[in-house]
Design a protein. Structure first.
Length: 291
């Protein structure tokens, strides 16, 4: 409007930055104006101010455009100082209102997403079958209490509700946002459970708009974790998308088996499991020490 109506200049030969090329060409098409000599430089995350300035300068000096249109104050001022005809695009009040409205809607969507219920199923395998039958009533309960304490501490760290489901099986209810804010300390929990019991452990996390949906997704995630490998966790979100195995960036990792038969035989003679050896090696690696 300013170029064509107020200043009565031609709209046919212009350079335009930051706006989407498709939007510019569609507007010209709808107005019945030729856009063969319209040059557009779309916004890219790595586009510098100097590149945009050079874009307009080059086209004007080569005589390909008569007017430059920019969305940036810096480019506008530099072109104006050089005597190049330039106009600056500024947002209208309706644009500002729509942008704020979109931002609020996105925030509400994110807030709702973060408030989704999260169910976490934790399973330590074979706790009740790997005990000596003569001492099961005491040793099993002691072991289960140690495991329960680790799970309870984890539940407290994510502001969750802890529910024991039996020997070695637990469920924790929290929110999606709480899990993400605390860094999803699933890897730490699995390591603690392995240190306590030396039994395969798995975790399944499920997100849902209701407790039932979250629990169903968590059961599905736990099933995937158990089928995949020991000491791993899977996640199923509210859309049914499966993610896993989940890993921590800075966690102590260890194996529970080895392909080295010589080491396996020596460990058996000493009465030490490969899991225990790998735990020691992992702790040493984390602390930067060696044997």
């Amino acid at each position: 409007m300013e170029v064509g109506y107020k200043d009565s200049k031609s709209l046919n030969r212009m350079s335009i930055d930051l706006l989407k090329e498709s939007d510019v060409y569609e507007t010209y098409h709808d107005l019945g104006i030729s856009y063969e000599d319209i040059h557009v430089h779309e916004y890219l995350h790595d586009t510098s101010l100097q590149d945009l300035l050079a874009f307009h300068q080059k086209l004007f000096k080569e005589g390909q455009v008569d007017i430059c249109i920019t969305c940036l104050y810096f480019v506008y001022e530099q072109l104006k100082l050089q005597g190049i005809p330039v106009y600056r695009v500024t947002p209208t009040r309706s644009n500002i209102r729509e942008t704020l409205k979109t931002a609020i809607q996105k925030w509400e969507t994110l807030h709702f997403k973060q408030s989704q219920i999260a169910a976490i199923f934790i399973k330590v395998e074979n706790m009740d079958t790997n005990m000596n039958h003569h001492t099961i009533s005491y040793d099993l309960h002691r072991l289960n209490l140690k495991v329960q304490d680790a799970v309870l501490n984890f539940s407290e760290s994510i502001f969750g509700t802890f529910v024991p489901l039996g020997v070695g099986t637990f469920v924790v209810f929290s929110t999606r946002g709480s899990i993400k804010e605390t860094g999803q300390q699933i890897g730490d929990l699995l390591e603690k459970l392995a240190l306590i019991s030396e039994l395969p452990s798995n975790v399944g996390i499920g997100y849902g708009e209701t407790a039932l949906a979250a629990e169903e997704n968590a059961r599905l995630a736990l099933n995937h974790a158990q089928n995949y490998d020991s000491f791993c966790a899977f996640l199923v979100d509210d859309r049914g998308i499966i993610e896993g195995p989940l890993k921590e960036q800075e966690s102590i990792t260890f194996g529970y088996r080895t392909e080295n038969k010589e080491i396996s035989e020596k460990l058996k003679q000493c009465g030490v499991t490969i899991t225990t050896l790998n735990k020691i090696l992992s702790v040493q690696k984390e602390r930067g020490t060696t044997l």
